[in-house]
Design a protein around this ligand. Structure first.
Ligand code: URA
Length: 438
């Protein structure tokens, strides 16, 4: 190897603010994949990128090298157009569960590789695993065959997919280098573009319950994702959505599955359906099965009213080994021992439902994990949550807490009591969909 590609040399170039060449970036990513760079060298490089940033060209080279560090799926066996959606994660964000079958019912294949929940945000895989028997760890051959046969698969990241990201993400997590736009962009796109989709829609969330609290930073991430995806030949749009209160009325794995099934039956909460339709519209437009937003919306609505999307969800659950009976009998999903309403302390209007507070209450109940090795309890969480602006009578429930442990129940009651505020003045409801980029 040329001395100019030695780790210390490449790290020093980034430390001093230079734009790295494609070869230097490739050496760094190779070092993360084959172990030829030590963890301290990878970490130093991550910190240098954190402070010095990357040009759009460097970010594109970095994303491509990360994607090519592992297996890149070939879904040429699937004749339908292929579209996927990625959310940066929020509280109560169960959209993938019902959006994927809705879009598939409109004639667009959805090959979706999702993640697990970590910290205060939930993960699609954990939600799906609350369906008894549901397998998220399909082999690539099974995934490919399922997308071809029924047009949709929702699986977890395999060890072969973007292994450089797996290594670097674990180091970022413990070195204070997570919140960095080029690192986040390469991390997200390397996995999403390796799964075999042709077009991609991003749901980039901002607000208290989001990973990016600040709207300007979320916009910067959305713009970077869109331009890097385009540079790599994948048309992408990103929707900026607010995440100050939870999405929908449930937070917690099995509870969110039940709410997603409600969405497919045409009785989903208004905010969840709005985000679902806006993301779905962009997927159908990019996949070219609709020519206008109105046309796309009509197709998506029809997939729900005709029952086609619900049928696609049944096919998905059956194909991945899950108990399809949960669709008609949600009581077959894991149930908590205690279901206790949280009474409104006064009559008035709901002033606030702090997404982060609700997430922390759910974490206390056991719905999430603080570190990747933690076990989660699929049954627990909060349902029937009120929404900001709603009128409420004294003593009426602000939400129902599902708990399997009395101590955790008491903790969750205390946290939720502070997260949900009721006051006398009516409240204007803020906009949920902020902007569409790309
Ligand atoms: N999600 C990812 O996959 N990677 C990041 O860096 C942040 C969010």
């Amino acid at each position: 190897m040329s001395a100019s590609l030695f780790p210390q040399h490449v790290i020093a170039r980034k430390r001093d603010g230079h734009a790295l060449t494609r070869e230097e970036i490739a050496a760094f990513v190779r070092g993360a994949t084959d172990g030829s760079w030590a963890d301290y060298q990878l970490s130093a490089m991550l910190m240098a990128i954190f402070f010095r940033g990357m040009t759009p060209q460097e970010t594109a080279h970095f994303t491509e090298a990360m994607m090519r560090s592992g297996f890149v799926a070939d879904l040429s066996n699937v004749s339908l157009p292929k579209a996927d959606k990625h959310s940066t994660g929020g509280v109560g964000d169960k959209v993938s569960l019902h959006l994927a079958p809705m879009v598939a019912a409109c004639g667009v294949a959805v090959p979706m590789i999702s993640g697990r929940g970590l910290g205060h945000t939930g993960g699609t895989l954990d939600k799906l695993e609350s369906i008894p028997g549901f397998r998220v760890n399909l082999s690539f051959a099974e995934y490919r065959a399922q997308v071809e046969k029924i047009g949709v698969a929702l699986i977890g990241q395999t060890a072969e997919l973007a292994p450089a990201d797996k290594k670097l993400y674990a180091l970022r997590d413990v070195t204070g280098t997570v919140e960095c736009v080029p690192l986040i962009c390469a991390s997200i796109l390397s996995k999403k573009l390796a799964e075999g989709t042709q077009v991609l829609v991003g749901d980039v969330k901002f607000g208290r319950g989001a990973f990016m609290k600040d709207k300007a930073k979320a916009r910067e991430l959305a713009q970077t994702l869109v331009s890097v995806a385009h540079a790599m030949g994948t048309p992408m749009r990103a929707v900026l959505t607010a995440m100050d209160e939870p999405l929908g009325r449930t937070v917690g794995n099995a509870l969110e599955v039940a709410e997603s099934i409600d969405c497919l039956k045409g009785r989903g909460p208004a905010d969840t359906m709005e985000v679902t339709f806006v993301l779905g519209e962009q997927m159908l437009l990019l996949a070219k099965v609709a020519v206008t937003k109105e046309d796309a919306r009509k197709k998506l609505e029809a997939s729900v009213t005709s029952g086609a999307a619900l049928q696609k969800f049944r096919e998905l659950v059956a194909a991945q080994g899950g108990d399809v009976r949960v669709v008609d009998e949600p009581a077959l999903l894991p149930q908590a021992k205690f279901k206790v309403g949280l009474a409104a302390p006064r009559a008035g209007f709901v002033q606030d439902v702090d997404a982060l507070g609700v997430a922390l209450a759910s974490l206390e109940l056991g719905a999430g994990r603080a570190k990747t090795s933690d076990k989660i309890d699929h049954a627990v969480g909060v349902s029937a949550l009120v929404k900001i602006g709603e009128r409420i009578e004294v003593g009426a429930p602000l939400g129902v807490i599902h708990a399997n442990d009395e101590k955790a129940l008491a903790e969750a009651q205390a946290i939720l009591g502070k997260a949900i505020l009721v006051g006398a003045a009516p409240v204007a409801v803020s906009t949920l969909i902020d902007e569409i980029i790309g």
